[in-house]
Design a protein around this ligand. Structure first.
Ligand SMILES: Nc1nc2c(ncn2[C@@H]2O[C@H](COP(=O)(O)OP(=O)(O)OP(=O)(O)O)[C@@H](O)[C@H]2O)c(=O)[nH]1
Ligand SMILES: [Mg+2]
Length: 442
């Protein structure tokens, strides 16, 4: 796809010599200075470019790096890449730039994970949490726990050295309390990583109600696209239709569902089963009723099944009620169904802004401290869960008064686990699992 500008990045010790061979003014290339000039292949000009050279170690990867800003025509981009490859460069693997940055000590694994999320984030909150993790929010937490553990291990080992003289550097009660604190902190970090997972996966919000109330019309209105079939025939939607949108600042998976009523055929019945399952699994629901028709037992049944959830009840088709009768009509329905109804019209868009605001409020209340959630790879989450488990077992070792040699050994293995999370100790498999999820060029 053409764009106005493209950026082509090259990293490694030969970057400078490769670019110098094809740039018209090689002598003007200097560290962190933008220089403008022609790029040539055998005296043929390929493009007019701006380039920036970063001298190692002051670059993203920690190696010599060149960034070429060219025009964004794919033909030009291809020619530049071909030219660099002919001169000795090669295509980067997914995430290779960040992997090299990690290997050169420019960032730790928690920051690498955050950078991947910044590129892929689909909601405002996700971006701000990923930025804060890139700046060290998760690393600092892990490092501070590790420092406490190192001090504790030193205290335990001092107890070993001086055991003959009966000097106790760390009382058992004190140690148990400190381990409890570490266990709680690990537990909190793990919870925040799980919230991060949930937010990245997107929060599921099904749109439910009896047939023909306007669920598909509402999905289409939110998406601003004709995604689901709308018709006046009840039972039009029979399957779950999932669409991911940025709604209320979050990455949300909206589901249009089959209307819950008396099924006319086996397919409708299967669709209704899927809807009921979706209601059970979701924590936030958009429940639709048709205010232009009388409420039915199906409306009441659906409301009853969503009592435990955060639920927004939309009174759709409000455009069909004359303005002067609206208030009285809605109050009557609210009393009959014992819920608060948001007047809505998929036809005119009335109520959409309030719906978005309410969804945002519900997400905020369900995701406490969301600004502070973290992003972790599955392997990091596993290491965190193992670390939490280990903290718990070390606490028990202290309670049972086990010998300091054993406790010290276990403390060291907990310290090592924390090293794995930030990446000081890592296997090739872990690195592959993390960086293979990156896109090429990052
Ligand atoms: N006047 C008016 N008509 C609407 C509104 N929303 C939906 N309709 C109409 O109501 C009918 C049913 O709409 P759908 O969106 O297909 O309803 P649904 O709930 O998805 O129906 P099923 O898939 O059969 O369960 C269609 O004829 C829509 O044009 C609205 O806000 N105002
Ligand atoms: Mg439908």
């Amino acid at each position: 796809m053409p764009s106005s500008i493209a950026v082509i990045r090259m990293s490694g010790p030969q970057s400078l010599s490769i670019i110098s061979e094809c740039f018209e003014k090689p002598a003007s290339i200097a560290h962190r200075k933008a220089v403008h000039g022609k790029l040539f292949y055998h005296w043929n000009e390929i493009d007019d470019i701006v380039l920036i050279f970063y001298s190692a170690p002051e670059s993203y990867t920690g190696e010599d790096m060149v960034e070429i800003f060219s025009h964004g025509n794919p033909i030009i981009i291809k020619k530049i890449i071909d030219l660099l490859i002919r001169r000795g460069a090669r295509f980067a693997e997914p995430g290779e730039f960040t992997r090299r940055a990690f290997q050169n000590g420019k960032l730790d694994l928690t920051a690498a994970e955050a950078i991947n999320r910044i590129v892929k984030a689909r909601g405002d909150w996700e971006i701000s949490a990923a930025l804060s993790q890139m700046h060290g929010s998760l690393r600092q937490k892990i490092n501070s726990l590790r420092e406490s553990l190192i001090l504790m291990k030193a205290d335990v080992e001092s107890g070993i050295d001086f055991s003959e003289e009966d000097i106790q550097f760390l009382s058992n009660d004190d140690a148990i309390l400190r381990m409890q604190h570490i266990h709680n902190s690990l537990s909190e970090i793990l919870d925040r990583c799980r919230i991060g997972e949930k937010i990245s996966h997107g929060i599921d919000i099904p749109i439910v109600g009896r047939p023909n109330v306007g669920k598909s019309s509402i999905l289409n209105l939110i998406l601003n696209a004709e995604r689901a079939i709308v018709s006046e025939i009840p039972g039009t939607t029979r399957d779950l239709i999932r669409e991911t949108v940025q709604f209320a600042g979050y990455h949300v998976n909206l589901f249009d569902t089959a209307g819950i009523g008396i099924p006319g055929c086996e397919i409708e019945r299967l669709g209704i089963d899927l809807t009921r399952k979706k209601i059970d699994d979701a924590s936030i629901l958009i429940l639709v009723i048709d205010v232009s028709a009388d409420s039915t037992n199906s409306d009441k049944e659906i409301l009853a099944s969503s009592r435990e959830k955060s639920c927004i009840v939309l009174g759709n088709k409000v455009d069909l009620i004359p303005e002067n009768r609206r208030k009285a009509h809605l109050t009557l329905l609210e009393n009959e169904l014992s819920v608060q109804i948001l007047p809505f019209s998929a036809k005119t868009g009335e109520g959409l802004a309030i719906l978005e605001k309410k969804v945002g409020e519900m997400l905020i209340s369900q995701l406490p401290e969301q600004r502070n959630f973290f992003f972790a790879d599955q392997i990091m989450i596993k290491s965190l869960a193992d670390a939490k488990q280990k903290a718990c077992s070390i606490q028990k070792l202290f309670s049972r008064g086990e010998p300091p040699e054993i406790i010290s050994f276990e403390l060291q293995s907990l310290i090592d686990l924390l090293h794995e999370i930030t990446g000081e100790i890592t296997s090739e498999d872990v690195l592959n699992s993390i960086f293979n999820r990156f896109c090429i060029g990052k």
